[in-house]
Ligand binder design. Structure first.
Ligand SMILES: [Zn+2]
Length: 333
């Protein structure tokens, strides 16, 4: 097998489950890991990849290597409403008459933000009130509306609740609601094979982004930490994430991620010697991708949203409070 073949040939996880690598154009993750599951009478795809021609071609090509046609897929499960996970779901549904399955909370999310254009407007308002300078948003405002068009999520056919079973005969997947990285995030646990499709909830080395991207978005970090605890004692032997690679020691990874957030919470509190906006705080916090000044614009926006999730958590714990002054939210210890 040459190296090109290694990238295009599905990896066998166990009998009936294959891992596919779907490229994400211009992304730091490079590809999304999608999983093809051969049920007794149904074929399931877990996460669909970014809406792009290269992604679609890669999917078709890789499936053909295991003698599966796209039109054979009957279920597409989307772990959460992020474009690298649901992007191609609609295209696949059109070509296969398959059904799109999501967690029940995706319904609220889709209804709350009528369109991604509307959602994007709310993101901008939220950044501004949290001290993000409007001139820094310039590029994003220009580039994003066009990009947003291809992000528009399509309505799923089936919504599943926590603990509900997706039964394929040979595999019986239990839905585990894991809000945090996204409010609608779900994982799938298969008790016989002890596999967990973890989406973006846990990845082997990257700490999934937990952010507060708009006003009134609950307490995502609290949700996330509770969702981590929830999967800790499932008895998982192999984690099948949507990025990086499959790994085994779930409980160690859960502990490492918890520690990471503890450290960041401590840091956020320690830089808050005088009242500051989330934008100011984000500049003083340590980011694994590098110091603030070297972060790209999109990374800086993500850092502010992530800081806000930590601030909201600390606010809920009673460790700080916020006041609106001169049209900015200021945080006090
Ligand atoms: Zn995601």
């Amino acid at each position: 097998m040459d190296s090109k073949d290694a990238l295009t040939k599905p990896q066998i996880i166990c009998e009936g489950i294959y891992q596919l690598k779907l490229p994400i154009p211009s992304s730091e993750f490079m590809y999304l890991l999608s999983y093809f599951v051969e049920g007794e009478s149904e074929y399931l795809l877990v996460d669909s990849g970014w809406n792009s021609t290269v992604g679609f071609d890669a999917l078709e090509k890789q499936l053909s290597k295991i003698k599966v046609d796209l039109s054979d897929i009957s279920l597409i499960l989307v772990t959460h409403l992020h474009p690298d996970h649901y992007g191609l779901a609609h295209e696949i549904r059109k070509k296969s008459k398959s059904k799109i399955v999501m967690g029940i909370k995706a319904d609220e999310f889709i209804k709350r933000f009528k369109s991604f254009k509307d959602y994007f407007g709310k993101l901008i308002d939220w950044l501004k009130i949290n001290g993000y300078p409007i001139k820094e948003l310039g590029d994003w405002l220009k580039e994003s509306p066009a990009v947003m068009k291809s992000f528009e999520p399509q309505k799923p056919d089936i919504f599943m609740k926590d603990n509900e079973i997706l039964d394929l005969g040979n595999f019986s997947f239990k839905v585990v609601e894991t809000p945090g990285h996204s409010p609608d995030h779900i994982c799938l646990y298969e008790p016989r094979s002890k596999l967990l499709f973890s989406g973006d909830h846990v990845l082997p080395t990257i700490t999934p982004n937990v952010s507060l991207p708009v006003k009134d978005f609950g307490n995502p970090l609290k949700d996330y930490l509770e969702s981590l605890e929830k999967i800790r004692n499932l008895g998982v032997e192999k984690v099948l994430p949507a990025h990086e690679y499959a790994f085994n020691d779930l409980n160690k990874r859960v502990s490492d991620i918890e520690r990471h957030h503890e450290v960041r919470l401590g840091e956020v509190l320690s830089v808050l010697k005088n009242p500051k906006t989330a934008y100011q705080i984000a500049q003083e916090v340590t980011w694994s991708t590098g110091p603030w000044k070297r972060l790209q614009k999109w990374e800086q926006r993500a850092a502010v949203f992530e800081t806000l999730a930590h601030l909201e958590y600390l606010k809920y714990e009673g460790k700080l409070f916020s006041v609106i002054r001169n049209e900015n939210v200021l945080f006090y210890k």
